[in-house]
Design a protein around this ligand. Structure first.
Ligand SMILES: [Zn+2]
Length: 177
């Protein structure tokens, strides 16, 4: 995985770019949950499910079909959070799907089963630029941890910040910010 904190960058950027009228705080909260939920499969490690198993780490919960199902379920709550259902689906899908895609850009671990349950093939994207996060949080406070955080700043937070800023600027120019 990338560190759990960095998975939050995508929904935060998306909500900032779209603005509170389109992506209200309730939708952002759902999106943040969708972005970190795929790592629930790490619990399977404690239960003895092997990494390469379809329900192992980076298996089914990291796939695009799972992201679509999660977004579909989450968008049922759109009226409660004051969002349009289609917008809610889009924001939640991008947030959930970004998790597997970001993991597929890391330089360690097994690949991601992006198309599970239709294919259990584990793959990486062609750009494996993100330093893989150690599974033990204590390692984050070491030199290796600094390298991980540095690479996430550069490859996750910086581009997400740019998207957020661009969206905000466009809204400001249109007089909606
Ligand atoms: Zn993950």
């Amino acid at each position: 995985m990338a560190t759990p904190l960095s998975h939050l960058a995508v929904p935060l950027a998306l909500a900032t770019a779209l603005g509170p009228d389109i992506a209200p705080p309730g939708l952002l909260a759902l999106a943040l949950a969708c972005a970190v939920l795929p790592d629930v499969d790490a619990l399977g490690m404690w239960l003895g499910i092997p990494y390469e198993h379809p329900f192992g780490h980076r298996g089914f919960t990291h796939s695009l079909p799972f992201a679509a199902a999660l977004a579909g379920a989450g968008s049922l709550l759109a009226p409660q959070v004051g969002a349009e259902p289609l917008t809610a689906f889009g924001v939640l899908f991008v947030s959930a799907a970004s998790h597997g895609l970001l993991d597929a850009m890391t330089n360690g671990g097994l690949g991601v089963a992006l198309f599970s349950p239709f294919s259990q093939r584990r793959s990486f994207l062609p750009w494996r630029v993100i330093e893989v996060s150690p599974l033990r949080p204590s390692v984050l406070f070491s030199r290796r941890g600094l390298r991980v955080l540095g690479s996430e700043m550069r490859w996750v937070w910086a581009p997400c910040g740019a998207v957020a800023l661009l969206g905000w600027a466009l809204r400001a120019m249109a007089g909606q910010a």
